[in-house]
Design a protein. Structure first.
Length: 132
DNA sequence: CGTGTGACCGGCG
DNA sequence: ACGCCGGCCACAC
C-alpha cells in the first residue's frame, strides 16, 4: 500500500497522516472486521472473505493483511489464521514467534504454530456480526 | 491497459 | 494422508 510513495510532484501535500479517503479500499473493510475480533478469539481469512462477500477470494484478505502493519489504528492481524487454525502469516510479523506470543498472551493456546481447539475460539463474522 | 502475485480454499487424483 | 491445480480478485508495476 502506500500510494503516498508515488509523489507525482504535482501534489506536494504533506504526508497526510490522516486517512485521505477512508472507505477508499477493500483493505479498509477487511481491517474494520479484523478490529472487531474480540480478544481471545480468532477467525480465518476465508470467514472474513465470506463476510465481505468475496468468499472465493480469501487470498485478498491475506493480501490486505500484508498491508495491515501500516494501517492505523493497528489491526490485530494475529487473530487471523487459515481455516486449519495454523499461523500461516507468522512470518510477516516482526519476529516469527510474535504472532504466537500475542495469541498466547490473550489466553489462546498455540501448539506447533496451530491454535488449539480452534473451533472453540473461532469467531465467525458472518455469525457474530450477522446482519441483525 | 496488460501482467504478475499472493498471510487462501476446496476439490481431485 | 498428501500434493497439485484452478479459481478468484484487488493491487502494484
Amino acid at each position: 500500500m502506500k500510494r503516498i510513495s508515488k509523489p507525482s510532484a504535482s501534489k506536494p501535500t504533506i504526508a497526510i497522516p490522516a486517512k485521505e479517503k477512508r472507505k477508499d479500499s477493500f483493505f479498509e473493510s477487511v481491517y474494520d472486521v479484523v478490529r472487531l475480533i474480540p480478544k481471545g478469539r480468532a477467525t480465518s481469512y476465508g470467514a472474513i472473505a465470506e463476510y465481505l462477500g468475496t468468499k472465493l477470494s480469501a487470498r485478498m484478505v491475506g493480501w490486505a493483511m500484508n498491508a495491515a502493519g501500516a494501517a492505523y489504528p493497528p489491526v490485530p492481524a494475529h487473530r487471523v489464521v487459515n481455516r486449519n487454525g495454523m499461523l500461516s502469516g507468522r512470518h510477516h510479523f516482526a519476529t516469527p514467534t510474535l504472532m504466537a506470543d500475542l495469541l498466547k498472551s490473550e489466553g489462546i493456546k498455540v501448539k506447533n504454530d496451530t491454535i488449539v481447539n480452534f473451533e472453540k475460539i473461532f469467531w465467525d463474522p458472518v455469525k457474530e456480526l450477522d446482519l441483525s
